[in-house]
Ligand binder design. Structure first.
Ligand SMILES: NC(=O)C1=CN([C@@H]2O[C@H](COP(=O)(O)OP(=O)(O)OC[C@H]3O[C@@H](n4cnc5c(N)ncnc54)[C@H](OP(=O)(O)O)[C@@H]3O)[C@@H](O)[C@H]2O)C=CC1
Ligand SMILES: CC(=O)[C@@H](O)[C@H](O)COP(=O)(O)O
Ligand SMILES: [Mn+2]
Length: 382
């Protein structure tokens, strides 16, 4: 029985994680559950999965929830609450499906507490990949990818000679605006941006897929997870999202993982690794029904966010922290109708331009840079 501590339980990945748990109640249980402020979604989940610890975003949410919770459930809040959930002694597996770089400290704490990590929260690795991977190595803690591309790469490396990997190829759907030219993006709406062609996900990541910053973040995530140089990480647009990513080896053999788009598969694989379990909620892939698969080079002029992410990743140090923080604020502002879609990458670019690179930043520096960048972008927007 794996006892799970889950951050982001009310979100897209969180809810799908609980669907996997629900299918295998003989294998998994939920020891701790954290969410932000969506009590309506969380309450039935708390009643169903009966965690011993619940963490929420702040005291206000905690006060509202307290009167509706059964005795015997410990209720905590804020970043300290998330950390308490991450290190909860009765859990042995930590799933980080919270949104944003707020997931960094709980991840570091879970590693120190020796929990196996299932990582969906890509911002954690983008903002401080060097700290996370070093701590995971120091504490011999496995970080199992949940992001679909990284799970595909991880699956395509099983049983292979890791030293013979010559290239990682991340697939990208191209997002909601893939059939539009850049000049047609001037007045696109939030509703348009949230209309992803293949995946149903939270709002922030769906906007990231439309700018393709998501792929940029994933390039940096892949760099850290698989210890690959940026020169050996490629991206390709693949409209159907059937090939979830590919690994090329020294002999030019390419191994990929395929399946109909569903996050249930990478979530379950992280939870059951190295075994596999039945997953009745997904459908088999019949390629004759798909017909054809398409692949197209990523045009960096059309998707400047991908280029910005490569630049920030290659510069290293504090630059990816700036990239991530600026993007989080700019996407939030777009979702609040404060800025236009094309402004997102403009603010990110400006934040990167004004930042003086700090090499090998420690946690305190990362948090300071994250905070300063958020303030810089907010000021620019206001
Ligand atoms: N969705 C997907 O298919 C995929 C997502 N990912 C990554 O997984 C992560 C989660 O994405 P997704 O599930 O789409 O996001 P959602 O927006 O759907 O969910 C976010 C979750 O985080 C919680 N949350 C947000 N801020 C806080 C906070 N300050 N304190 C505590 N909880 C908080 C939300 O709580 P509440 O809503 O209650 O406020 C919610 O439970 C992201 O990093 C994303 O990039 C990666 C691959 C695929
Ligand atoms: C499901 C998942 O892993 C997302 O991060 C996905 O990558 C979004 O799709 P595209 O980035 O391919 O548009
Ligand atoms: Mn992904």
């Amino acid at each position: 029985m794996k006892k799970i501590s889950l951050l982001g339980a009310t979100g897209s990945v969180g809810i799908q994680t609980l669907k996997v748990v629900r299918e295998h109640t003989d294998q998994f249980s939920v020891a701790a559950l954290a969410f932000g402020k969506n009590i309506d979604t969380a309450l039935p989940l708390i009643h169903e999965f009966r965690p011993k610890l619940v963490s929420v975003k702040d005291k206000q949410v905690a006060d509202k929830l307290k009167i509706q919770l059964d005795d015997g459930i410990r209720l905590v809040y804020g970043i300290e609450g998330m950390i308490e959930a991450a290190v909860f002694p009765e859990a042995d597996f930590f799933v980080n499906a919270v949104l944003g770089s707020v997931g960094l400290e709980p991840t570091l704490a879970a590693i120190e507490a020796g929990k196996t990590i299932g990582l969906a929260n890509k911002e954690t690795l983008v903002t401080a990949g060097h700290l996370v991977m070093k701590r995971a190595a120091d504490f011999s803690v496995p970080i199992l990818p949940i992001d679909s591309e990284h799970s595909a790469i991880f699956q395509s490396m099983q049983g292979q000679d890791r030293s013979a990997v010559s290239r990682l190829i991340l697939t990208a759907s191209g997002g909601s605006f893939r059939d539009k030219k850049r000049e047609d993006l001037v007045d696109v709406t939030i509703k348009d941006a949230l209309n992803h062609p293949n995946w149903s996900m939270g709002a922030k990541i769906t906007v990231d897929t439309a700018t393709m910053m998501n792929k940029g973040l994933e390039v940096i995530e892949a760099h850290w997870l698989f210890d690959m140089s940026y020169e050996k990480i490629d991206t390709v647009i693949h409209r159907e999202s059937i090939v979830h990513s590919l690994v090329e080896y020294a002999d030019h053999s390419v191994i990929a993982q395929l399946g109909l788009p569903s996050m249930l598969v990478p979530i379950q694989y992280a939870l059951t690794y190295p075994s596999r379990l039945k997953l009745s909620q997904t459908k088999p892939l019949n390629l004759w029904e798909i017909g054809s698969l398409h692949f197209q080079k990523v045009d960096m002029q059309r998707y400047p966010s991908v280029s910005l992410a490569y630049q920030a990743g290659k510069a290293g140090g504090s630059m990816p922290t700036v990239l991530n923080a600026a993007n989080e604020i700019a996407v939030q502002a777009f979702l609040q109708e404060k800025i236009a879609f094309l402004d997102i990458e403009r603010y990110v670019e400006r934040a990167l331009e004004q930042h003086q690179l700090i090499k090998a930043p420690d946690l305190e520096t990362i948090e300071a840079v994250d905070k300063e960048t958020r303030a810089f972008v907010m000021n620019q927007i206001n």
